[in-house]
Design a protein around this ligand. Structure first.
Ligand code: FAD
Ligand code: SIN
Length: 546
């Protein structure tokens, strides 16, 4: 199978320059918690957000935070459920650390003023106990983001909105020593006023890469920028073939880009996935029925939707038995999203189809945020810490983002004390040496990503997307603009994910191959990639403890 080269960005002049101790790219749960705790520890922090501070996936989270805080539950049970979902590729040590720290993450948020629901804990797919902490019914993300945003605005953190990280700057040893940033000119064609921030630590907290697919729960700004930036800087990228597709995403014919999520918690309250005849789709498919792990539910739905006898574009979620009183009380966000699409969930079936939701892989890092490159740290969904393996257990990611954001802040105390003051150029190298990707390719690429790197993959489909990526035209545009930057980053993450998916000749977790339908023991390893002079170098290795 042919794999194309990575596309680099055009080099850009910079017109301004700053320096700080820590620059954090991204203001979701991971970036905000890392910024807050680092600032409280006395470091100078600049926090960037591509749009305004209300962007990213965190704000949209509906389900909750998984943590052992209820009677009858145990840390071992949470560990076990996480390992089962991860299908043999999780790092048990990391999973144990995450699960043990999760109740502390809930207390941390409560200490910042978060108001959690008092009712029974929620249940989601793959969990054997009720352990999902909710807020506002189905608005946990908004509550987490509200308290973190407020604490950050009361702190010494300097926030820079509408500022997009472009590339990492490195010294002659390859250590990251700052970033190239574009202030987005919203009135003039999304042009970029490019500058440099020299820093002793650069933290990637940019979330996943859902926008690489034509249909995703992720908001528009989640375009894999941090992963692409880290790849261009030579960082190790791992498990990127494992993209989780959420089974119940509101289906609107012809809709592209971000689609509303219908939280899994609604199935925890009794809703069922049915076909047009009302037959329950999950009946007889898994012991946990509608609450089977997400990969199982999405795959079962995919098979039903692509049945050669009666293919359909969507299935349905029947939430009518929950009743309007409970729907309005426990699921106000979901009900409102349905109503905006003209569906009343208390009396009508909700049209649904699986869509890209969560990147289980990313830039390889530990739970303290250390990547394979000195000076570059990665936290939250952008990181692959070994916690999620081949498939993330529902509601483990907000917990992970908060825990790794805070742990990073703690470890930077030591790391920064041994590092010299930020070096401004000269002395830095910008990896830019290309022309970027023509932004009009984005639509074709995302359509093919959903078709060929979606719930079910095959050799022929993966060859097709890899050919498309290899022949993507260069951008004619100079200077660099936001559209070219995002198209180039999406090209990079698509290339890495499609290449890893083509290598993995088995079906495991959320990677399913129609031509290799079984789990293969010889693939009980992570695939790690790094880029050297534009070419992808592949390693297959065992995560510690796997
Ligand atoms: P995000 O919250 O995605 O934040 C990314 C930030 O990076 C944003 O501020 C963005 O503007 C910024 N950014 C991106 N690129 C750049 C750039 N180049 N320069 C500057 N800034 C940049 N998980 C759970 O555990 N429980 C749930 O209930 C749950 N529900 C979910 C519901 C939805 C609809 C979605 C989409 C996800 C859900 N998830 C849930 C997953 C979870 O929300 C995410 O994994 C988590 O919020 C990621 O946090 P983060 O801080 O890593 O990234
Ligand atoms: C959901 O509410 O269904 C999403 C939860 C998650 O992604 O963890």
């Amino acid at each position: 199978m042919k794999v194309g080269s990575l596309k680099y960005l055009p080099s850009t002049e910079h017109s301004w320059q700053r320096e700080t101790d820590i620059v954090i790219i991204g203001a979701g749960a991971a970036g905000l918690s890392a910024a807050l705790d680092s600032s409280r520890r006395g470091h100078r922090v600049i926090l960037l957000s591509k749009g305004n501070l209300r962007g990213g996936s965190t704000l949209l989270a509906q389900g909750g935070l998984a943590a052992v805080v209820g009677k009858g539950d145990s840390l071992n049970s949470h560990v076990n459920d996480t390992l089962v979902a991860a299908a043999g590729l999780a790092d048990e040590t990391m999973v144990r650390e995450l699960v043990a720290a999760a109740p502390g993450a809930v207390r941390y948020l409560a200490g910042l003023g978060a108001r959690f629901d008092n009712g029974p804990l929620g249940l989601e797919g793959g969990h054997s106990h009720r352990r999902i902490v909710h807020a506002g019914g189905d608005a946990i993300g908004a509550e987490i983001h509200r308290v973190l945003r407020r604490a950050v605005s009361d702190s010494d953190v300097e926030t820079m909105e509408n500022a997009v990280a472009i590339d990492a700057l490195t010294n002659s040893r390859g250590d990251v020593i700052g970033i190239l940033v574009g202030k987005i000119n919203q009135t003039v064609d999304q042009g970029l006023d490019v500058g440099i921030i020299a820093a002793r630590a650069v933290v990637v907290a940019t979330g996943g890469f859902g926008q690489a697919f034509s249909s995703s729960t992720n908001p528009a700004e989640v375009t894999g920028d941090g992963l692409a930036l880290a790849a261009r800087a030579g960082a190790e990228i791992t498990n990127v073939e494992f993209v989780q597709f959420h089974p119940t995403v509101l289906y609107v014919p012809g809709q592209r880009g971000q689609s509303p999520l219908i939280t899994e918690a609604i199935r925890g309250a009794g809703a069922t996935i049915v076909d047009a005849k009302g037959t329950p789709v999950m009946r007889g498919q898994h012991a946990r029925g509608d609450l089977a792990p997400r990969d199982v539910v999405s795959y079962t739905m995919f098979q039903r939707m692509h049945s050669p006898v009666e293919p359909v574009a969507n299935l349905w979620l029947d939430a009518r038995a929950i009743g309007d009183v409970r729907l309005d009380k426990d699921f106000p966000t979901t009900v409102e999203l349905c109503r905006q699409a003209g569906v009343d969930p208390s009396s009508e079936l909700i049209p649904i189809a699986p869509a890209a939701h969560y990147a289980c892989g990313g830039v390889r890092a530990d739970l303290d945020g250390n990547s394979s490159i000195r000076g570059l740290y990665v936290v939250g969904e952008a990181a692959a810490t070994g916690v999620h393996g081949a498939n993330r257990l529902a509601s483990n990611s907000l917990t992970e983002a908060l825990i790794s954001g805070r742990r990073l802040a703690r470890q930077l105390d030591d790391a920064l004390s041994s590092r010299s003051s930020p070096l401004a150029p000269p002395g830095c190298v910008n990896p830019a040496q290309g022309r970027g990707v023509e932004s009009s390719t984005r639509e074709t690429v995302s359509t093919k990503m959903s078709t060929h790197v979606g719930v079910v993959r095959s050799r022929t489909g993966l060859e097709d997307i890899l050919d498309t990526l290899a022949s993507a035209p260069d951008s004619p545009a100079a200077p660099l603009d936001l559209a070219t930057l995002e198209a180039t980053n999406l090209h990079t993450v698509s290339l890495l994910a499609a290449w890893a998916a083509s290598l993995r000749e088995e079906s495991r977790g959320c990677h399913r191959r129609s031509d290799f339908p079984e789990v293969a023991d010889r693939w009980g390893h992570s695939i790690s990639l790094h880029v050297f002079e534009g070419e992808i170098i592949t390693h297959v290795e065992t995560m510690a403890g796997a």
